[in-house]
Design a protein around this ligand. Structure first.
Ligand code: UT7
Length: 326
């Protein structure tokens, strides 16, 4: 069966920069605490008028341009997001209309921070089966809209942005070699947004209780993430009998610099082989890997023939990895 390859990438972040110093004026925190505990220095914030599809649109346009493709060439659009424009229609359908990608199928994926890798896996399967040839995958988030700006334990962490990849059939050795997807719904309460769905429909009471904002058990999530990601990366390497030194670049989900460093150390990868941009954007959930991938491609940190690994951990809980030969 033909495997899929990433043909091009694109990304977009909103102009507005929110610094740690500004956050010091909003909640009881400090630039020093945020940098030491998370590695984040600033993050981007969408304007009042910008929804996730607007960010997705810019990232998608950039990826299409770099591939030399037109929207009508797309067979399928997948958008990974926990901040869809609205419950329905899907953000992917809204994006399809904005792009004018007439006749492309479109759907959203909610696997939180692992959403981009889950979507990549679906795109790979559609292409391998021969059903589609040209698939646009976008991770797009406006987490600032679901962040409790009075909760210092979460509001310093998140940011907005979008990253896109266009996939098509691979030839030769290149392409997506393996995708591993995992979940454990019994631990879902580590990271939730409890209000606004069918369990707790929006009401004055849910708003008063601030249930429409992200809730996270940060420390428990941290510990579980480090343990899980170490095994995930090790398993992915073992599947192809690769050594850590065979990997040219690891692009991890950007949740916390300490998680990124701990994972790299435990699996024996020098930090120089790990792509880090959390300092500029914070945690952008499903958008973090495709934004980082686009930056890595643009600054030529991935070259033809390289083994590239992606890994993520997030709400659900979910975790996932992808091994790609560039
Ligand atoms: O993206 C999907 C998955 N998400 C993650 O993987 C995130 C995982 N978690 C984390 O990144 C970290 O747990 C945090 C950065 C959220 C927190 O770091 P931590 O080292 O786990 O800190 P903590 O929650 O144990 O809190 C330590 C102290 C507490 O004070 P006390 O109880 O020791 O007096 C907190 O109240 O730090 C306090 N604290 C803060 N202080 C200043 C919590 N948030 C802040 C803050 N500024 N913003």
């Amino acid at each position: 069966m033909p495997r899929a390859r990433i043909v091009s990438t694109g990304s977009y972040v909103p102009e507005r920069v929110l610094t740690n110093r500004e956050l010091e004026q909003m909640v009881d925190t400090s630039d020093e605490w945020i940098i030491e505990r998370t590695g984040i220095r600033e993050r981007r914030i969408a304007s009042e008028k910008q929804a996730s599809s607007d960010l997705a649109y810019e990232a998608a346009k950039s990826a299409l341009k770099r591939a030399g493709l037109k929207p009508k060439d797309l067979d399928l659009i997948i958008v990974a997001s926990v901040t869809p424009d609205m419950p329905f229609p899907s953000t992917a359908c809204i994006l399809q209309a904005k792009l004018g990608a007439k006749d492309a199928a479109a759907l959203d994926v909610n696997a939180a921070c692992s959403g981009f890798i889950y979507s990549l896996s679906m795109a790979n399967a559609f292409i391998s089966s021969g059903q589609y040839r040209c698939v646009l995958v976008v991770g797009a988030e406006t987490l600032s809209k679901i962040t409790d700006w009075e909760d210092r334990s979460t509001c310093v962490l998140f940011g907005d942005g979008a990253g896109a990849a266009i996939l098509g059939p691979a030839d030769g050795d290149a392409g997506i070699l393996s995708v591993r997807l995992h979940s454990d719904g019994s631990m879902g309460d580590l990271l939730t947004l409890p209000g606004g769905g069918s369990r707790n429909p929006v009401s004055k009471d849910t708003i008063k209780k601030r249930l429409h904002y992200i809730k996270m058990k940060g420390n428990e999530t941290f510990k579980f993430a480090v343990k899980t990601l170490e095994k995930l990366v090790a398993d992915t390497l073992a599947e192809f009998r690769l050594k850590p030194s065979d990997i040219s670049l690891l692009i991890p989900h950007q949740a916390n610099l300490r998680i990124i460093k701990a994972t790299a150390e435990r699996v024996g990868l020098p930090i120089e082989k790990v792509f880090v941009n959390i300092d500029k954007y914070g945690n952008t959930s499903a958008a973090s890997i495709p934004i980082a991938l686009d930056e890595a491609v643009r600054c030529e940190r991935v070259r033809p023939g390289d083994y590239l690994m992606l890994e993520a951990f997030g709400g659900g809980i979910t975790w996932a990895s992808a091994l790609i030969r560039w």
